[in-house]
Design a protein around this ligand. Structure first.
Ligand SMILES: *[C@@H]1O[C@H](CO)[C@@H](O)[C@H](O)[C@H]1NC(C)=O
Ligand SMILES: *[C@@H]1O[C@H](CO)[C@@H](O)[C@H](O)[C@H]1NC(C)=O
Length: 658
């Protein structure tokens, strides 16, 4: 009986053990099936600077490295970000990630008509008028039943960043489904018959010889007055039919596009709203005007125009501009080419500036077919140089979100430079000075070679972000107290502060510019807005500023800065004055500060140690709480760099634009 119980209990524990083993066996088996069904995700990794627009996948999990909380990784929007933003930067801004990196889930959503910038989690995001695509970020927890890509697909036309002067990889028009015809090659479409090439080798007549032949029509000073000299209307090569480049080509062209490509939606990889501004001035001559038309036709042919791809309109300018057709007039390549052939030359001057203003005001309206979801691009073709100024109209266009490209054909030679209305107009007209937005063509006869390089850039929609941002639109004047109380060491700290703020901005002749005034009882201009145009030159110049030592006349310094710095600020630039002082002024600051505010100079006052807070508040723009800062000692000045930048951009973002 007793033995029986023992055996029974033993049996029970054995059974129990067996059950436990069985259970764990099943459990581990379950684990295995789980592993087989859902292998551990290989999460792709990206750098801080990768923009969402570069990645084609609509939804993906990625790993961000540490250190993406840096102003150089620009972010546009709040909660919903324009795909022009750094993916990892946006993740930090939205609070999904901190600066130590990690996994995030990214989902693409539709483009928005406006993105609002904000400061959040140590990242200043910017506003953007509109963008074609957006994304949202959330924690990197994969959702059930969704398989995420283990490798990302990058858009091929957009990476790696193209060097200037690239002409290697041709922009590829996608094959038309169901078509066996070979795509028409560039050479076939080109306007210049071989005989015309001989003209390119003719020496250019000098302005003086040419002016005698130009009596046919009045020529303004400052534009070429010798054009007719090289474009004899009776030239034998101009007798071929103006509507077609070569007679043998026509049927082929019609075969390849009209009959076999009835319903193209357009090339989705190049979805841009495109406007060409063509030069119809008298001086261009009939034949070169025809070459220009042929160039447009080549572009229309090379682009697969359609409602889901690029759309294209044309404005012709002479004395005044006129729209030939808008974005929705002709929505396929063939109709567009037919319409281009029918354009007749307007004559008059080359008033490109006026045409750009006209375009900005009228062309990209909704009624004209602007889709909003596609970047706005304008390509201005200029024969030689414009007869009016283009800088301000171009800036206004860029600030309205239009990306401006310039193609200058047969630009001014050394001898001709004296006639150019606006020296260096190219750099002033286009966004940034890295050459992406401008193309120079030696001769009208080689213009056709520009089709591919131009389209490669125009279709690189990831790089088209030419609108005004907090970083590229200010003239910043630093007004630095060099009084004796500062001391040499502290003065170096102030210069570091100036350099650290300057570093955050995009600096060039056409973007943000920096100037510095130092003052004691007296004032001196260390350098003005025009003196340095690159970031490294600015940083070197700041570093070279020598400590002056003396009294503190802050009021006189503000007057001096208005006169010597801000008087030379460009219209449409944000004028920012950042005044740094360590003591109470010997003179009155109220009137000078009022004048500064009245002139639209946004004034920040930064006081250190012995500075008088009430005075800082008088100097600062309203509200003073956003524009004045007090730091107890020089060693703590560095802490205010992010705060000052943040306030500058917050204020920028809060202003209505476009
Ligand atoms: C030019 O084209 C027009 C219309 O297409 C045609 O009537 C004319 O005969 C052509 N002229 C030449 C010289 O080919
Ligand atoms: C400027 O930036 C450098 C590098 O980030 C930093 O070490 C320094 O403390 C900063 N100084 C000031 C005054 O902002």
């Amino acid at each position: 009986m007793f033995m029986g119980i023992v055996v029974l209990t033993m049996k029970a524990s054995v059974i129990e053990m067996f059950l436990v083993l069985l259970a764990t066996g099943i459990h581990s088996n379950k684990d295995m099936t789980k592993k087989i069904k859902r292998p551990k995700l290989a999460v792709p990794q990206i750098n801080c600077d990768v923009k969402a627009g570069k990645i084609i996948n609509p939804e993906f999990v990625v790993k961000c490295p540490a250190g993406c909380q840096d102003p150089k990784y620009h972010v546009y929007g709040t909660d919903i970000y324009a795909s022009y933003s750094s993916v990892c930067g946006a993740a930090i801004h939205s609070g999904v990630l901190d600066n130590s990196g990690g996994k995030i889930l990214v989902r693409k959503v539709a483009g928005q008509s406006g993105y609002k910038g904000s400061y959040s989690n140590g990242v200043q995001s910017l506003s953007l008028p509109r963008w074609r695509e957006s994304f949202i970020v959330s924690e990197g927890k994969p959702q059930k039943g969704v398989t995420y890509p283990s490798a990302l697909t990058y858009s091929s036309t957009k990476s790696p960043p193209a060097k200037t002067g690239e002409a290697t990889k041709a922009y590829q028009k996608p094959p038309v489904p169901g078509t066996t015809a070979q795509p028409v090659t560039l050479m076939q479409v080109t306007g210049a018959p071989a005989t015309e090439a001989t003209h390119t080798s003719l020496p250019k007549p000098s302005p003086s010889t040419g002016s005698t032949t130009s009596s046919l029509r009045p020529q303004p000073m400052g534009h070429r007055s010798w054009e007719l000299g090289r474009w004899s209307p009776s030239s034998p090569t101009s007798s071929h039919n103006s509507s077609h480049a070569s007679p043998g080509f026509v049927p082929k062209e019609e075969l390849s596009t009209q009959s076999l490509d009835p319903v193209s939606q357009g090339d989705a990889n190049c979805k841009v709203d495109l406007s060409f501004l063509i030069d119809g001035s008298s001086s261009i001559g009939k034949r070169r005007f025809r070459i220009q038309k042929q160039f447009l036709a080549d572009v229309a042919q090379a682009l697969d125009i359609g409602p889901g791809g690029p759309l294209m309109g044309v404005i012709q300018y002479g004395d005044n501009p006129a729209a030939q057709f808008n974005l929705r007039t002709h929505m396929n390549s063939q109709d567009l080419k037919t319409a281009i052939e029918k354009i007749t030359q307007r004559g008059g001057l080359s008033n490109a500036g006026r045409a750009i203003s006209y375009m900005t005001k009228n062309f990209f309206s909704k009624a004209n077919g602007n889709r909003g979801s596609a970047p706005n691009v304008a390509v201005v073709i200029v024969d030689g140089w414009p007869t009016d100024k283009v800088e301000e109209p171009s800036r206004f266009a860029r600030e309205s979100g239009i990306n401006i490209f310039f193609i200058t054909v047969e630009g001014a030679t050394e001898n001709e430079k004296q006639y150019v209305t606006e020296p260096n107009f190219l750099n002033k007209a286009v966004c940034r000075t890295n050459g992406f937005y401008s193309l120079s063509v030696q001769s009208w006869f080689s213009l056709h070679k520009t089709v591919q390089p131009l389209l490669k850039r125009v279709c690189d929609t990831d790089r088209l972000a030419c609108s005004k941002t907090c970083w590229n639109s200010a003239d910043i004047g630093f007004v630095i107290d060099g009084s004796s109380s500062v001391g040499t060491g502290n003065f170096r700290t102030v210069l570091q502060f100036v350099a650290n703020i300057s570093k955050a901005f995009e600096i060039s002749e056409t973007d943000t510019r920096i100037g510095v005034v130092q003052y004691t009882y007296e004032q001196r201009l260390e350098f003005g807005f025009d003196d340095y145009t690159t970031k490294s030159d600015i940083l070197n110049a700041i570093n070279r500023v020598g400590y002056w030592s003396g009294g503190t006349s802050t009021g006189a310094a503000i007057n001096y800065a208005l006169e010597q710095l801000f008087k030379k600020s460009k219209p449409n630039k944000r004028k920012l004055m950042i005044l740094i002082t360590d003591g109470r002024s010997y003179d009155d600051v109220r009137i000078p500060a009022m004048v500064a505010h009245h002139k639209g100079v946004i004034t920040y006052a930064i006081g250190i140690a012995w500075a008088a807070q009430d005075e800082l508040e008088v100097i600062a723009t309203h509200p003073a709480s956003d524009h004045s800062f007090f730091v107890d000692e020089f060693d703590n000045l560095h802490r205010f760099v992010p705060k000052v930048i943040q306030n500058i951009c917050t204020e920028f973002n809060s202003q209505p634009r476009n």
